[in-house]
Design a protein around this ligand. Structure first.
Ligand SMILES: [Zn+2]
Length: 304
């Protein structure tokens, strides 16, 4: 016996099937709309591409993203940035901690020192388990726990003139947290030759200073301001003259702030300015500095 489709589907049945189809289509449209709303809610006001930052990262950096001067775009710039920190000591501890926490995507650190007991009074990245351990590897251990979303590249050696240029070329910005004049000269020379901005800081006893050098062709380099080594006893390092434990925390934090501002374009940097902090008298001061027309380093680089 042949039964046609028309005989099975009654007018009432056809109406029911039509109604089910309409409800199904309506649910699909609602689902699509709700997924779109979820994506929109998870992005920052200046729209971070979903492919470039995960929801976890958006949550982690949300307090930066809320800042008008940084926002989603600034956070993406931090993520793409490559910063090299010279020195993993007193200044290096806050610099590395804050840059890593801020989400600077690639951080290199160079130092040849081992963690010693006298470091623990101020070098807050380390603890007693790190004693006699190379500082750069201790930094890597701590930083990876602080922020697993970034890459940390440890260089366990002393910076040499020969290597400086080869290493610096891989980074966008150099931060000098070293504790001696000869290393600062090596760092500055390579930065001038490669046109790399240099955030530089130094501390001694109760005082510290910060500046950003080589930011443009017309801004001062480190040697413009400090052409010769200070006389013995004038600027003793921590091992010679001692240092107040919280001082590197303050100066290193200002240095990290300069790096974050430079990368994101927020605010004004310490270009052609030297900021000085006197902890004993609670004084922050800022003095104007300028390019020295007789600076040997600038002359060699810019007049050849
Ligand atoms: Zn110079």
């Amino acid at each position: 016996m042949n039964i046609s489709l028309n005989q099975i589907i009654t007018p009432e049945g056809a109406f029911l099937i039509g109604l089910i189809c309409i409800i199904y289509l309506y649910i699909r449209i609602l689902r699509r709309k709700s997924a779109k709303t979820r994506i929109e809610l998870s992005t920052s006001p200046d729209e971070i591409p979903q492919s470039s930052m995960t929801e976890t990262e958006l949550d982690r950096y949300s307090r930066h993203i809320l800042l008008r001067e940084i926002g989603g775009q600034g956070q993406s710039k931090l993520r793409k940035a490559k910063v090299l920190v010279v020195g993993a000591g007193g200044l290096g501890s806050p610099i590395l901690s804050y840059l890593a926490a801020a989400g600077v995507g690639t951080i290199g650190v160079i130092d040849d020192d081992l963690v010693s007991l006298s470091n623990l009074q101020r070098q807050v990245l380390f603890d007693e388990d790190h004693l006699d351990y190379p500082k750069v590897f201790a930094v890597k251990d701590k930083i990876k726990k602080l922020n697993p979303f970034i890459d940390i590249l440890p260089f366990n050696r002393r910076l040499t003139t020969l290597e400086a240029e080869l290493l610096f070329i891989e980074f966008d910005l150099i931060v000098d947290g070293s504790d001696n004049f000869s290393t600062r000269q090596v760092v500055n020379l390579a930065c001038v030759k490669l046109n790399k901005p240099l955030v530089s800081g130094a501390i001694s006893q109760w005082e510290g200073q910060v500046s950003i050098f080589n930011e443009t062709k017309n801004s001062a380099c480190y040697a413009c301001i400090f052409p010769i080594e200070p006389a013995d006893g004038l600027a003793p390092n921590c091992a010679e003259g001692g240092v107040m434990g919280a001082l590197p925390g303050i100066i290193g934090s200002v240095m990290a702030s300069e790096v974050i501002k430079k990368i994101t374009g927020a605010g004004v940097n310490l270009t052609n300015k030297l900021m000085i902090f006197d902890a004993l008298n609670n004084e922050f001061s800022k003095i104007n500095i300028k390019k020295n027309i007789n600076c040997k380093i600038c002359k060699e680089h810019y007049e050849t």
